[in-house]
Design a protein around this ligand. Structure first.
Ligand code: SAM
Length: 354
């Protein structure tokens, strides 16, 4: 698959022709990462954030957000649930929160490892090298940081408070890999101002950097954010006819193409996809290249406060219900629930080549 083919498939709307893309992606997924769907238990540990990302409902500038930070004990209880449910990984995600300090998070990571032995993924935004090294030494295995878009101007406009450019962000990911993390990135599909060419370039960039995990979800407008208002209107007008839609179909095309260019990468069927299409979003992701799902384990009282966009799938469910629904869905597709950490086969190969 070359860049021209990616561009061609992105613009394809004929359902019959798209069947060929879905088939290729599903066959590649089966051949390269198998039928197992790995479950990563997500704990949204804090919604404090110092950044003002123009799309995000918990950004520093977002109005009327009641802020929280989950306690160590509550996080450890969530990790115990993950273990009891048979999940292979705990993912801790938060806004960019300086209140999550180096020592506290290192202690939490050590605590989870000691109690459960599970793989640990962090998604805590941009952090300095000292923090990252301390967390890796404490036992964290993976780090997720989406680059969101490869268009430098769009990146700058939607991240007014981030100090660096998109290439700085990619450099940070590579530094995380040097520190010893498996690294994950991703993009939102249909951000105002995103064009078809940008999206093709995003997919090509996943391939260039040999990412271990890639999260792809539709952009969902979050009320009161700059992208939901004047900035969004301005960026859409600039992209004109080249503006990509933020619909499930486009997100699924990006997911399928990503599987084709990064055959062994771990790719989740994202919550954003399930939010826009509650009936079949998650299943369609799994049928079109995804091999990971991230059931939410965040205690319900906090979960409702982590609204990066409205109507997030599973917002009012308990962890047991979410897990039961997801497992039934996986089985219904003739797939199996993955056991163990579910590390991408690429990682082992890269390590033995070093
Ligand atoms: N602070 C960390 C970071 O920035 O990487 C992790 C938390 S951040 C809320 C996690 C991801 O949520 C972002 O990378 C972004 O892609 C996604 N996100 C935020 N707002 C969104 C929206 N309105 N629609 C879809 N996805 C969104």
């Amino acid at each position: 698959m070359d860049r021209n083919e990616i561009s061609h498939w992105l613009r394809e709307t004929d359902e019959t022709r798209l069947e060929a893309l879905w088939r290729m992606a599903d066959e590649t997924r089966k051949r390269c990462v198998g039928d197992e769907v790995h479950l990563r238990g997500l704990v949204e540990v804090s919604n404090h954030c110092v950044r003002s990302c123009a799309y995000c409902g918990i950004a520093a500038c977002a109005p009327k957000v009641e802020r929280y930070r989950v306690t160590t004990e509550e996080i450890l209880e969530c990790a115990d649930r993950a273990k009891e449910f048979g999940f292979g990984t705990v993912v801790m995600q938060a806004g960019e929160d300086p209140g999550i300090d180096r020592e506290w998070m290192a202690e939490v990571v050590r605590g989870i490892k000691a109690r459960t032995g599970l793989a640990i993924t962090l998604s805590l935004g941009e952090r300095n090298e000292g923090d990252l090294k301390a967390w890796r030494e404490a036992g964290a295995d993976r780090y997720l940081l989406r680059f969101e878009t490869t268009d430098p101007e769009l990146y700058r406009q939607i991240h007014p408070s981030l100090p660096g450019s998109v290439s700085d962000r990619i450099d940070q990911l590579l530094k995380m890999r040097d520190i010893g993390f498996e690294i994950g990135t991703g993009v939102m599909v249909g951000i105002p101002g995103q064009t078809w060419d940008t999206l093709a370039n995003d997919i090509w960039t996943f391939r260039d950097y040999d990412m271990d995990m890639i999260g792809i979800g539709p952009y969902i407008s979050s009320p009161g954010t700059p992208l939901d208002g004047a900035l969004g209107v301005e960026l859409k007008a600039r992209a004109g006819k080249e503006q990509t839609p933020n619909d499930p179909l486009t997100a699924l095309k990006v997911l399928a193409l990503t599987r084709l260019v990064c055959p062994e990468t771990n790719i989740p069927s994202t919550t954003a996809l399930a939010t826009l299409d509650p009936t079949s979003g998650r299943a369609n992701g799994l049928l079109r290249g995804a091999n990971v799902v991230m059931p939410n384990l965040t205690p319900s009282n906090y979960r409702v406060l982590y609204q990066i966009y409205p109507g997030k799938a599973g917002l009012h469910e308990t962890a047991d219900i979410t897990r039961a629904k997801i497992e039934a869905q996986i089985m219904g597709l003739g797939r199996t629930v993955g056991r163990g950490p579910g590390t991408s086969p690429r990682v082992g190969r890269r390590e033995s080549a070093q």
